[in-house]
Design a protein. Structure first.
Length: 44
């Protein structure tokens, strides 16, 4: 019983933080894409 509760709490905590992590990762990817696009424009 105790292992199940601990596992459930860990999964819930992981899912809660995953939302923030995914949002941050999306911003990082967009920023990197913009940097690549700016560099490509300068190289023209």
């Amino acid at each position: 019983m105790r292992k199940t509760l601990t596992l459930a709490l860990l999964v819930a905590a992981g899912l809660t933080t995953a939302c923030n992590t995914i949002a941050g990762a999306g911003k990082d990817v967009a920023s990197a894409g913009n940097a690549v696009a700016r560099t490509a424009d300068k190289a023209k």
